[in-house]
Design a protein around this ligand. Sequence first.
Ligand code: PHE
Length: 474
Amino acid sequence: MENNRGQWNSNLMFVFAAIGSAIGMGNLWGFPYKMGANGGLPFLLIYLVLVVLCGVICMGVEMAIGRKTGQSPVVAMSMVAKKFTIVGWFGVLSAFIIMGFYSVLIGYAVRYCVGFMFQLLVGINGFGGATTGADFFVTFTQDVPAVIFFTFVTLLLCLFYVSKGTEGLEKFNKIGIPGLFLILVGIIIYDLFLPGAKEGYVFMFSTKGMEIAGETFNFFKALRTAGGQMLFSLSLGMGAMITYGSYLGKKESIAKNAWIIPLFDTLAAIFAGMAIFPAVFATGNSVNAGPGLLFITMHDVFTTMGTTGNLIGMFFYLLVIFAGVSSAISLMEVVTSSIIDMRAVKEKKSNRTTVTTLVAVAIFIISIPIAVDQLGLAGDQGIFWNLYSYLGAGSQDLLDFYDMLTEGLMMPLGALLMCVAVGWVKGFDWMSEEVTVDNKTWKCKNFFRVCVKYVAPILMAFVLVSLFLSYLGL
Ligand code: PHE
């Protein structure tokens, strides 16, 4: 039966969509706080090495799998090798779990955006009277119905775009991506003039960071954090790029796209760090404020700007929402397209809007425990909520636990198995045929060959081993 899958209108649209998927809360929220908790520069260096030796490689592998098979992860992986179908399932499960906390985080950004909008337009305190970023953050986190409401709004927005297919995704990204870069650069420039900001650059780009944060460097912890973060930030190891690759035309270059997307994604992460860390020091906040960093610190920064701060704050959080939603739609797309493609294999037709709606409802359900957990502030909530303290490898709260399950475990495993499936089971030539289709040149072919077969799987294995070491308290 015909399965009308759609295709990107141009390579630029694909690149925008893939960058839109890659740049998200992972860059703006995850990267700065993980870097802050792992000593700054050493973390950045490990991260960059992993991007080149693993990120670029897996990006190429996933795009090749997607375009060659023309399918979403589950069907695609079964076509690569029957035994590896499970990798596709892991991907769908990861996407689903990630969305469970991702939608809550974007919901936070929606609340902040609305807060600044109120301050700007109505002239009242949009944050329930709170005067510091930290005060409001704690109050809002504990307001469970409000968090659930904003999560719901976020999911409605995602639903709207995913149900439209590639066309919806394209429209969204065309404005969001350039806008985000613009505002980040604007904030970086503003930060330059803040008193005390210099410390932030020292923290990010020198080895003094660990001293400042009062941390001792733990290589295994930095490696597993950077490894997971890299995959998460690049949307790898769970089939998002297989899905987007499946809509990619044969004329476009996988060889180039595999470098361009990680480049922009990494730039965005570093820019986010440069926007946030100087501000952390200028506003007297703590570098290891954890998940609250993006919200608490930036809220304080915009408050220092007076009335203009309301406008900039509103735009900033609007772009966080843009970045978040363009990633969230790719996560939902993994689940939605997998269901549609699997049904198509069984000769069943699906209504995209119905499938997307059901997926959104399921995500909403698993996001509720995250809201109830209040980033761990709710304390003991019985056996389900305590699961993470048994299995969570040091997870601080339920969000951390969802995060650990996905970027800590399933995504490195997924990335490893995809490389093995392509490099060893199918053989590297299978991938190289796809990359060089239409007589395209591939300058880094040998680099890819070595990395797909050896370097990337070994590095991912290290990331996994260091996760298990953490169970032993290392
Ligand atoms: N890359 C996105 C981010 O950094 C998250 C994401 C992960 C999106 C996996 C799709 C797949 O926020």
